[in-house]
Design a protein around this ligand. Structure first.
Ligand code: 5RP
Length: 266
């Protein structure tokens, strides 16, 4: 692996802990102005300083992130579908040259294993990896889970391993029962998406369970920016991911941060 690739990866997955807190705000590429992302700039600004990496689209990076931001960018380069259509029918939407022009540290693409378009998505990932390799840009493979797929260790292990076999440098998947099996059978770092918004206490436990069972961190979106207390949430997730703070202490921290904010607001 050349110096540039290693350097970009070490900006995303922190060498001090081998983990990462990626803030995912790329949802609009197929969901439009989803709750919490109506004004991406307003959502991102208070959170970005607590993120190790920001995952977003070209359009939001250009329009909604200050160029002075010193947080590595994971650029979503697949798309072409919407929540009204067939989500598996994605293609590549950003050229590697434009990704480089935007000074990103990595590029991300979804795969749809088990869908009728799995071949298209897997070959699309392979093409992206081939091109990105030329310029030392790491690739994050996002394992989307189709409606008729079980989000279980058997399926997620299959999807993650295929992505790794194709050459993805990091894989994003979901937490599941027997998650350690997913991690143990994937030869590259695995991070977890948070998935749909759940109560903050459950999201705290989710983050802890994932890293304590081998995840290299989180690429979390809705459970941070749809929380009533997004800053408290990302700060708490950071303590879990980078310091292994247990769920009880993490929940205490979350509530302390909320109370501090409430007190300072008076
Ligand atoms: C959306 C994505 C998101 O990056 C991923 O799902 C993480 O976000 P969340 O924690 O909200 O699930 O790939 O397609």
């Amino acid at each position: 692996m050349d110096w540039g690739m290693k350097n970009r990866l070490s900006r995303i997955i922190r060498p001090e802990t081998g983990r990462t807190v990626m803030l995912a705000v790329d949802h609009g590429y197929f969901l439009g102005p989803t709750s919490g992302l109506e004004d991406p700039a307003k959502t991102i600004e208070p959170l970005v300083k607590y993120a190790d990496c920001l995952m977003l689209t070209r359009g939001v990076l250009r329009s909604s992130v200050d160029t002075s931001v010193d947080v590595p960018i994971m650029l979503r380069v697949s798309g072409g579908t919407s929540v009204l259509g067939n989500l598996a029918d994605e293609g590549t939407t950003v050229s590697i040259r434009d990704a480089i022009r935007m000074n990103v540290s990595g590029v991300a693409m979804s795969i749809f294993v088990g869908s009728e378009l799995e071949r298209k998505s897997l070959l699309g990932l392979a093409d992206l990896i081939n091109e990105a390799q030329e310029y030392g840009i790491p690739v994050l493979a996002v394992t989307a889970v189709g409606k008729d797929m079980n989000r279980d260790a058997r399926y997620l292990s299959l999807a993650c391993r295929i992505a790794a076999e194709l050459g993805a440098h990091v894989v994003k998947t979901y937490y599941c029962e027997d998650f350690e099996k997913v991690v143990k059978t994937c030869p590259v770092p695995v991070v977890i998406a948070g998935g749909k918004k759940i109560p903050e206490r459950e999201a705290v436990e989710l983050a802890y369970n994932a890293v304590s069972r081998g995840a290299a961190g989180v690429d979390m979106g809705r459970n941070i920016f749809q929380s009533e207390h997004p800053v408290a949430m990302i700060k708490t997730v950071r303590e879990i991911v980078h310091k292994d703070l247990d769920p009880v202490k993490a929940w205490d921290l979350f509530n302390t941060l909320i109370n501090e904010k409430a007190t300072s607001a008076k």
